[in-house]
Design a protein around this ligand. Structure first.
Ligand code: CDV
Length: 310
C-alpha cells in the first residue's frame, strides 16, 4: 500500500498592512475549502501567513510590533481555521509571529505549527536561521529586521504525522543544507517550508535575477540529497511596494518539481505525494548509515578552526 498524502501548496498573494486578521483568515479558509474539495489531506501556508511581512519596517513602538504577533494559538481569530480543519478533515502548516510568555519572560519567535486532520496541533517549530539585520539600515530600499524582532529557535524537530515523518522549516532555513540534513537524520520524509522572499536583495543586488533559480535550487537539492519530499510555499507578488517571488512548489525525493504555482496570487498547487518514494533514495545513494563519514566531517571542522564568512 503506497503511503499517499495529498498535499496543497497554498500560496498567498500580497497581504496589505491594513488587512485585518479576519480578512486574511478568510483567504486561508478559502484555500482550505478548495483543497478539501480536491481531496487534499494537508494544506501548507507561507511564513508569517496572517499578516503583511512586517520585518520590512523599522518600528520603534513595541506595541505596534506586537500587534503583528499571536499570543495564543488557536486564538479568538484563528480558532475558525482549526474548526474548519476538523470539519473538513484536512491538516495544515501555518507560519505566524508567536509571542510566548515563558517563566514570566516574553519571547518572540517566527514560528510554524503543524495541525492534524482532527484540528489539533501536532507540533510547533521556531525559525532557527534568522536573516537580515537588527539595527535600522536606511540605505536599504526596505528593511529586513528579523534579527531585531525575533529570537532564534533552538532546534529542528520532526513529528510522526500523515502516515510518515514530517519536519518543518521556515524561509531562510531552506538555504542551509544543515536544515534538511538534521531533519533527515531524524528520518524526515516530508519537509514543509513557508517563505517570504523579496526579488531584490539589498546587500547583493547582483543576485536579484537569480532569486527564483536559487529558491528552487536549494529546495530541490535538499529533497534529493535527503531522499525527502519538500513543499515550499511563498507569499508572493507586490506587497507594500516590495516585490516578492512566488514559485511555490512540491518537490519529490528525486529532486523533481511535481507541482508548482504559476501566478503571484492566491493559488493552490496540488500533488499526491507517495512517502514510499523516499525509500529507494534513503536505501541506496543516500543511505546515511552506510555511506556518510561523520568522523571525517568532524575532523575537518575542528582542524579548520576558523569560521568562514565572518
Ligand atoms: N523571510 C526570509 O527568511 N527571507 C530570506 C531573505 C530574502 C532575507 C530568504 O532567505 O528568503
Amino acid at each position: 500500500m503506497p503511503r499517499l498524502v495529498h498535499i496543497a501548496a497554498a500560496q498567498l498573494g500580497p497581504i496589505a498592512r491594513s488587512e485585518t486578521r479576519r480578512e486574511v483568515i478568510a483567504r486561508l479558509l478559502a484555500h482550505l475549502e478548495q483543497a478539501a474539495a480536491m481531496d487534499c489531506h494537508l494544506v501548507v501556508f507561507p511564513e508569517l501567513a496572517l499578516t503583511t511581512f512586517f520585518p520590512r519596517w523599522y518600528l520603534e513602538d513595541q506595541a505596534e510590533v506586537d500587534a503583528f504577533f499571536e499570543r495564543e494559538m488557536p486564538g479568538p481569530e484563528t480558532r475558525l481555521l482549526f474548526e474548519t480543519a476538523e470539519r473538513l478533515k484536512i491538516g495544515f502548516y501555518l507560519g505566524y509571529a508567536e509571542l510566548a510568555i515563558e517563566s514570566g519572560v516574553i519571547h518572540r519567535y517566527n514560528s510554524s505549527i503543524l495541525v492534524g486532520r482532527d484540528g489539533r496541533i501536532i507540533g510547533k517549530y521556531r525559525k532557527v536561521h534568522l536573516p537580515g539585520h537588527s539595527e535600522h539600515e536606511p540605505w536599504r530600499a526596505f528593511q529586513h529586521l528579523e534579527k531585531r524582532y525575533f529570537e532564534a529557535g533552538p532546534e529542528f524537530g520532526v513529528w510522526r504525522a500523515f502516515g510518515g515523518i514530517v519536519g518543518m522549516a521556515i524561509c531562510n532555513d531552506r538555504r542551509w543544507p544543515e536544515t534538511y540534513r538534521v531533519m533527515a537524520l531524524q528520518g524526515a520524509e516530508l519537509i514543509l517550508i513557508g517563505y517570504n522572499t523579496p526579488v531584490h536583495n539589498p546587500p547583493a543586488p547582483e543576485h536579484d535575477d537569480l532569486s527564483m533559480f536559487h529558491n528552487h535550487l536549494v529546495m530541490q537539492a535538499g529533497a534529493y540529497q535527503n531522499g525527502s519530499w519538500v513543499v515550499g510555499v511563498a507569499k508572493a507578488g507586490g506587497e507594500e511596494g516590495c516585490e516578492m517571488i512566488g514559485g511555490s512548489c512540491i518537490i519529490a525525493p528525486s529532486g523533481e518539481i511535481v507541482a508548482a504555482c504559476s501566478t503571484k496570487g492566491d493559488e493552490l498547487a496540488i500533488a499526491q505525494c507517495d512517502l514510499d518514494l523516499c525509500i529507494s533514495y534513503k536505501n541506496t545513494t543516500f543511505n546515511f548509515a552506510r555511506h556518510r563519514q561523520p568522523h571525517t566531517y568532524r575532523l575537518i571542522t575542528e582542524r579548520a578552526g576558523v569560521v568562514i564568512g565572518v
